[in-house]
Design a protein around this ligand. Structure first.
Ligand code: ZN
Length: 433
């Protein structure tokens, strides 16, 4: 791509930037927690339709996806879990096709009093930072995808290849949203997901398993506590046991390319705990909501079996749990990790676009958390570039995303699109004029 076009595109991104950030703020105002994404998705649907794309909104249909190897088990109702996909068709298919993907779901914001910069769903700009739950993870990315295309339109150009803009749900819990899009038939020659990755490219990441451990006890009055088994206390022994297993798994890291150098790639988390009924009654039940990572290449089923076998073995001699083994249910992420193979044309394109937009070299790195890119890479054989803005405190309090970084990333995405898809004039007459 010549320097003049590069500068024109970057200037067009900058010209639309205020509008882009206002749009991002609009997205943050939607508390699009799991199961509540629909209004935000309707907003995006409208915004894409207004731009002239063919737009489809569809609910995830479990019947269509549950036999796919990438499916994660769920018990929640999916009738409100809707994906939005916009499609641009060129007049003449000359370049390579592309998917620009982002997820609309955000993780729970926690107690509001712990947000100091501003309430979680009231976006606020302070210096270079934009605050708000989901701003970085990843509403800034959804907006960047849309406004990168807008920048081309602003200078009279459009991609000379089919492009899908996807806004999906369920990224933070199952990955079933992106999977449902693939099963609907949406594929392309490459995909970009502008997740909050500090302007770096994700080379590889972990898969994730979610599971619940149900510990049940025998309720008695506390004065006879010696005879009753306290399920809450017993659950501590389950947690300790799972932590020991986590260390065993981390010790395997040398077997996995890209992971040997990470300090602690496999992290186990108890993210939620419920249990008991009454302060003076020995707790009869306790439920742990757990998350653990697995290495790319690992089969979720094999690792799930290992967890069950590990607990059965370690708790066999436990005075209480030995008789009443905890029950494990798989409810959420059951997802593989992936590796983005080096040397793809898509990566070369992004390396070049990043250099031109930021005047710096693109670095790649390895992340220990789930990404929807596994759907594209593993199940569609597509290069998927996870690359997005600088952020802080995602999943925490005072989540914030860097405005100047959003600008650079949007520029890089716009340049990537122009190079990967090629461009054609929106109005062919104007091209001859
Ligand atoms: Zn994310």
């Amino acid at each position: 791509m010549n320097e003049t076009l590069t500068q024109k595109i970057l200037a067009a991104v900058e010209y639309g930037f205020e509008e882009q950030i206002a749009f991002t703020e609009d997205l943050i105002r939607f508390a699009s927690l799991r199961g509540a994404e629909k209004p935000a998705q309707a907003f995006v649907h409208k915004a894409l339709e207004k731009r002239g794309y063919a737009v489809e909104t569809f609910a995830i249909d479990i019947d269509k996806i549950h036999d796919h190897p990438g499916f994660s088990p769920v018990t929640v109702d999916y009738s409100d879990a809707v994906n939005v996909v916009a499609t641009h068709e060129p007049r003449e298919q000359k370049g390579r096709t592309l998917i620009l993907n982002g997820h609309m779901d955000v993780v729970p914001e926690g107690p509001h009093e712990m947000w100091e910069a501003s309430p979680p769903f009231e976006p606020r700009r302070v210096g270079d930072w934009l605050y708000g739950r989901g701003g970085g993870d990843m509403k800034a990315g959804i907006a960047a995808n849309i406004f990168a295309l807008d920048a081309l339109a602003r200078i009279g150009l459009q991609p000379a290849a089919r492009v899908h803009v996807q806004s999906v749900v369920e990224e933070e819990c199952t990955g079933n949203g992106a999977l449902a899009c693939l099963i609907e038939g949406y594929t392309a020659d490459a995909a970009i997901i502008p997740e909050p990755e500090d302007e770096k490219l994700v080379r590889a990441n972990c898969g994730v398993l979610w599971f619940e451990v149900h510990v049940s006890g025998h309720p008695v009055h506390v004065r006879e506590a010696g005879t009753g088994a306290n399920a809450i206390e017993a659950s501590f022994r389950v947690i300790d046991s799972l932590k020991r297993m986590t260390e065993d798994w981390n010790a395997e890291k040398a077997n996995y390319p890209y992971f040997a150098d990470l300090d602690h790639p496999i992290n186990f988390n108890v993210g939620k705990i419920e249990g008991g009924d009454w302060a003076s009654t020995v707790a009869a039940w306790c439920k742990l909501h757990c998350r653990i990572a697995i290495f790319p290449g690992d089969d979720p089923k094999t690792r799930a079996d290992q967890i069950e076998a590990h607990l059965a073995r370690e708790l066999a001699d436990d005075p209480f749990l030995g008789n009443r083994p905890p029950e494990i249910t798989w409810n959420g992420f059951f997802a593989r990790g992936y590796v983005l193979e080096e040397g793809s044309d898509a990566e070369k394109g992004l390396t070049d676009a990043h250099r031109r937009a930021t005047s710096s070299e693109l670095e790649s790195f390895v992340t220990p958390g789930y990404l929807d890119a596994r759907v594209f890479v593993i199940y569609a054989g597509m290069p998927c570039l996870v690359y997005g803005p600088i952020t802080e405190n995602i999943h925490g309090f005072d989540e914030r995303v860097s405005l100047s970084s959003i600008l650079r990333v949007t520029g890089a995405i716009a340049l990537f699109i122009a190079d990967w898809c090629g461009v054609e004039p929106i109005d062919p007459e104007a091209a001859h004029g």
